[in-house]
Design a protein around this ligand. Structure first.
Ligand code: IPD
Ligand code: CA
Length: 279
């Protein structure tokens, strides 16, 4: 029954439903939103996270009775009689702090897979909810930003590249030494606060790389962007250059480097051997 589902259409409907339902909350949310408990991923839940999650579940249920939800907020929930055929890994709002503080950079992230494993993700959507720009991918069919096929940047020297680096971590003293050489070699470092969207920026060449070696990003946040970057032709691997074959679960964390293939090679060397060359 699920074979003929038009997943892209369903994911786009999820995105439209989220935008409809969160708009009134965003208008009211410049004042701080209170915490509504702790999500399955370990962070405080805000109203906007729950409203967006509800909008996704509502839309999914209009099309499919059995599925497993793997959500940053509610954790793992099985629906229907055959929940092990379709897994929906979601971060309802990536960039919640941005929304609350009025920074117009936040997204929703939805990945569809046949197992709770990153390598089986076959359809993905990341939507910039403020600008209503949507990134989608299907396995073997490339990636699109709205209706245009996307690909990563090319031929950019490291010195000129725009490199996203997530340094949000309480273990800064462990992470920063590994990145010092990279930071010294570049002029344009960014972190915009919604990693799913930042990986999509790598996929379409807006930025040249995004590096998150903290080991702190939940798989729910990057499952969709992983497929979008791969299908676009970017490289996304572990900091050691290995494929990212991780289990999809809200508590499962991942470290990665996403970049255009040429910059990816350079970053890998720069991070791999931080003390090898003289700075
Ligand atoms: C967060 C964002 C942020 C990253 C955090 C994530 P959330 O996602 O992606 O950029 O630094 O590690 O938790 O919590 O807003 O879904
Ligand atoms: Ca989130």
């Amino acid at each position: 029954m699920t074979k003929n589902l038009d997943w892209l259409k369903i994911l786009l409907q999820c995105k439209d439903n989220i935008r409809r339902q969160i708009t009134p909350i965003i208008k009211a949310s410049q004042k701080s939103q209170s915490n509504l408990g702790i999500g399955a991923g370990g962070d405080p839940i805000k109203e906007i996270d729950l409203v967006a999650e509800k909008a996704i579940i509502e839309t999914l249920k209009e099309h499919i009775t059995s599925f497993t939800l793997v959500s940053e907020e509610s954790g793992i929930i099985e629906y229907g009689e055959n929940p092990d055929k379709n897994f929906l890994t979601i971060d309802p709002i990536d960039g919640t702090t941005n929304v609350i503080r009025g920074i117009p950079f936040f997204a929703t992230s939805i990945a569809v897979s046949t197992r709770p494993a990153l390598s089986t993700v076959h359809t993905a959507l990341v939507a910039d909810l403020f600008h209503n720009v949507t990134y989608i991918a299907q396995k073997g069919r490339g990636s699109y930003r709205d209706n245009s096929r996307i690909s990563p940047s090319e031929n950019i020297p490291l010195e000129e590249a725009i490199i996203g680096i997530d340094l949000n971590t309480y273990k800064a003293e462990k992470i920063i030494p590994k990145l010092t050489r990279l930071i010294k070699k570049t002029k344009h470092i960014r972190h915009l606060g919604a990693n799913a969207l930042e990986i999509c920026y790598v996929a379409n060449g807006t930025i040249d790389a995004f590096v998150d070696i903290r080991g702190k990003l939940r798989t729910t946040d990057m499952a969709a962007a992983w497929l979008i970057s791969k299908e676009a032709g970017a490289k996304i691997t572990s900091p050691e250059g290995k494929p990212l074959d991780v289990k999809l679960a809200p508590q499962n964390k991942v470290a990665f480097i996403a970049a255009n293939p040429q910059i990816h090679k350079i970053i890998l060397k720069t991070i791999e051997n931080p003390e090898k060359e003289k700075l």
